[in-house]
Design a protein around this ligand. Sequence first.
Ligand SMILES: [Zn+2]
Length: 135
Amino acid sequence: MRTREQIDRRIAEIKRALTQLGPLRPGSISRQYNICGTPGCRCKADPPEKHGPYHQLNFTWRGRSHTEFVREQNLAEVAAELDSYQQLRSLNEEWIALGIERARLRHDLRKPKSTAKRRDEKRPSLETRRRATRK
Ligand SMILES: [Zn+2]
């Protein structure tokens, strides 16, 4: 189990890593092969030679899905942006998990108090002991 200091150190690293992130955007790239409308085109031959590959970027933003075509020359740049976005998500999630872990640790520090209270409740009360003495 990590100590509060270890958790805080890791959170500080996450904050630093977040400032190092380059341009980012959400989404994933897929390869598409298309058929066109030109009669007698090679894409309608047997076997067909479809057009492409085209690189398509799909992403969902504010509940709406979007599609963009990515040019070959921009492919590496877009891939780096998608990678940075994944890093953001992963750092974000780790920070939240650490926040929960840290809070639980504080809760654990309170436990001895509540255990002591429970032990008190189980112990016969002064009244019961007095009654036993009388008998
Ligand atoms: Zn065609």
